[in-house]
Design a protein around this ligand. Structure first.
Ligand code: PGA
Length: 253
């Protein structure tokens, strides 16, 4: 059976002292009782990526991911980190298209597509985030919205490149609000995403691709999500900041 995946999205949280403390506690838990069926990962602010990678180096299975990567290799783009700079620093993964980047930093579907192409064509993993607003959920246009985001993000992504993609369904109204989607609603959209991938690619790719749910995931609701057939893991914000909680999530699923 496929391993489950838990990615902690730390957003703009934790300084180096706090990361050190977290890694010490988390690694101790993993060393005392390794969870072989769980792939853990952390998406870290770029300033702390290498620092964190070094702290977690004793456990090769933990994914250290960026939170964004620009699609150009280099140039006059003040404040950006390019996919190739991230890759050359030994980081092999980045979140792309998180709703906070879509809404606050003007990451359009076209830009997101370019970022995904640049990562996945260059052997890096991309965690694509999609999700609807509260308005779109309430006026029932959410299915259309998710299908649109998927088809735009995956334009010109080859059969080889798609193998480097992870998709996270994160309804915007559930992020950081304490209001999570019901496990049935989350399953409905994760299944829809898998069906879209099947149509665009093939059965094997659709089965192999990791589809995560994110949005107010915590210790008390994680198991319910992960019991769903099309939810392979979680993209966890707030609840991933506490090492014991995040480890326990892996332990109970
Ligand atoms: P949350 O964040 O778990 O704090 O809702 C999830 C995310 O934004 O990835």
């Amino acid at each position: 059976m496929k391993s489950k995946m838990l990615i902690g999205n730390w957003k703009m949280n934790k300084n180096q002292i706090e990361i050190k403390k977290f890694s010490k506690t988390f690694l101790k838990l993993i060393e005392n009782k390794p969870l072989k069926k769980i792939i853990f990962g952390f998406a870290i602010s770029s300033i702390n990526l290498l620092f964190t990678k070094e702290l977690f180096k004793s456990n090769k299975n933990i994914i250290i991911s960026a939170q964004d990567a620009f699609y150009k290799e280099n140039g006059a783009f003040t404040g950006c980190d390019s996919w190739s700079q991230i890759k050359s620093a030994g980081i092999k993964c980045s979140i792309i298209g998180h709703s906070e980047r879509r809404s606050m930093f003007n990451d359009t579907d076209e830009i997101i597509n370019k970022k995904i192409i640049s990562l996945t064509n260059n052997g890096m993993k991309a965690i694509l985030c999609v999700g609807e607003s509260l308005e779109e959920r309430e006026n029932n246009s959410f299915v259309k919205k998710i299908k649109y985001q998927i088809s735009e993000a995956l334009k010109n992504i080859s059969f080889d490149a798609i193998k480097n993609l992870i998709i996270a369904y994160e309804p915007i109204w559930a992020i950081g609000t304490g209001k999570s989607a019901s496990s049935n609603d989350a399953e409905e959209i994760c299944k829809l995403i898998r069906d879209e991938i099947r149509k665009m690619y093939n059965e094997k790719i659709a089965n192999d691709i990791y589809i995560l749910y994110g949005g107010s995931v915590n210790l008390s609701n994680i198991k319910e999500y992960l019991n769903m057939p099309n939810i392979d893991g979680g993209l966890v914000g707030g609840a991933s900041l506490i090492p014991t909680d995040f480890y326990k999530m892996g332990e109970i699923i």
